[in-house]
Design a protein around this ligand. Structure first.
Ligand code: ZN
Length: 407
């Protein structure tokens, strides 16, 4: 580490007199990785007091829950089930109640008789279905004669044998199952686990008779019904999206509209902002693009765009301007009375200050379809000098502007 660093304060890493990192100085003092990290911290325009911020929470506040999660991640989870296995489970096309059931199996919190006994609850220990063995997950779903017949009936018995062959616990078997490349057998298998569990409860609580045909049929029917329901839902939401295909709309009479958007460029390690002002008939007034070094978090980048649009409009002495962003959380955050301590909240705070005493300035949300020109400008910002003000529209957005007014 450079000896300089011991006596240096953070503000000495800024360009004097403005809130920008001194990139040259950073490069001199830190390694490339650290420079990247530092540049991704957005700097506040206002002089606010220093506060401690818990970076692992959206609001910047420490919660035991997020501390616990971090500790688990840092120490590495000792259980065989990794993130990839969980995401394989959540992506299975099966009813959520069955996903939840599998999650309980993998977390070993299914109330099998063995588990209940271990938690000092007085119950019989033998399998409700065959009455021959201790009832635990391995027996109930793998070893029990009934389970084997069920798996054979739906044609997954050879898969189960293969997964069980090298597994030492049922959780390990599930790990192998969820890592399997073909999702068809996995879905069938876990549906059957759920149905066997259901059958066991029917026998235990409702004196039902053991039924192989019934158990298989319920597993198959519930899955089929679910797939049908999902298909219908997806078809409906597809038509809703069609209906809501949003286009840019002109502002009210005598008002102007400023659309703003942010983009990230990993290659250039930079965050770009594009904004465009149009009048009440959709005619181009002026546009601005700029980029800053460092990759900001998306929500910070979007909030930065809105803040810069606000201060730009004020410096142009324009009034009656509505600013539109496609980042709903920025608009919601501006309306919210709850303030956090994160960098995102600091930018929102600055936006609120810029809006104060400006009744003819407002910020609203528009879906992406209505923000295409700003989106394009943000993406193109990296190819121009930073900052750049356009008094004529740059060629890359001419067609998009025409499209916006042709509806
Ligand atoms: Zn049994």
């Amino acid at each position: 580490m450079n000896m300089h660093l011991h006596s240096l304060t953070v503000n000495e890493l800024f360009i004097p007199g403005c809130s920008q990192w001194d990139v040259e100085l950073l490069e001199e003092l830190f390694c490339e990785r650290d420079v990247k990290q530092i540049l991704s911290i957005s700097l506040s325009n206002s002089c606010c007091d220093d506060v401690r911020v818990w970076h692992f929470d959206k609001k910047g506040r420490y919660l035991v829950k997020s501390g616990y999660r971090l500790a688990i991640n840092l120490t590495g989870n000792s259980r065989p089930m990794g993130n990839q296995h969980w995401s394989n489970l959540w992506s299975l096309n099966i009813p959520p109640k069955v996903q939840h059931f599998v999650w309980r199996i993998c977390r070993d919190c299914l109330p099998t008789r063995d588990n209940l006994t271990r938690r000092h609850i007085q119950v019989e220990i033998c399998c409700v279905i065959c009455r021959n063995h201790i009832e635990n997950c391995w027996h109930l779903f793998v070893d029990c004669q009934f389970a084997q017949e069920c798996m054979t009936a739906i044609g997954v018995d050879s898969y189960v044998k293969e997964w069980a062959r090298t597994a030492e616990s049922f959780e390990e078997l599930m790990v192998k199952c969820l890592a399997h490349k073909d999702k068809g057998p996995i879905s069938k298998f876990v549906m059957m686990l759920w149905s066997i569990w259901r059958q066991m409860n029917e026998i235990l609580w409702n004196n039902a008779k053991k039924s192989l045909v019934g158990t298989v049929r319920i597993a198959e029917c519930v899955l089929k019904e679910w797939l049908k329901f999902k298909c219908r839902n997806e078809a409906e939401s597809a038509t809703t999206i069609d209906r809501n295909m949003v286009q840019w709309t002109k502002p009210s009479n005598t008002w102007m509209k400023c659309n703003v958007d942010a983009a990230i460029c990993c290659k250039k390690n930079a965050t770009g902002i594009g904004m465009i002002i149009r009048d009440d008939v959709g005619v181009f007034v002026v546009a601005r693009t700029f980029w800053v070094q460092g990759i900001y978090e998306v929500r910070e980048a979007e909030a930065l765009g809105v803040r810069e649009a606000l201060s730009w409009i004020r410096s142009l002495r324009l009034s009656k301007v509505v600013i539109e962003t496609d980042a709903k959380y920025v608009v919601d955050g501006l309306l919210s009375s709850v303030m956090g301590d994160s960098e995102f909240d600091t930018i929102l705070y600055e936006c609120r200050k810029l809006l104060q005493g400006e009744p003819d300035l407002s910020v609203g949300f528009v879906r992406r379809g209505g923000n295409k020109v700003a989106h394009r400008l943000a993406k193109e910002s990296f190819s121009f000098d930073s900052p750049f003000v356009w008094s004529d529209p740059p060629p890359c957005i001419v067609k998009l502007i025409l499209d916006d007014v042709s509806y």
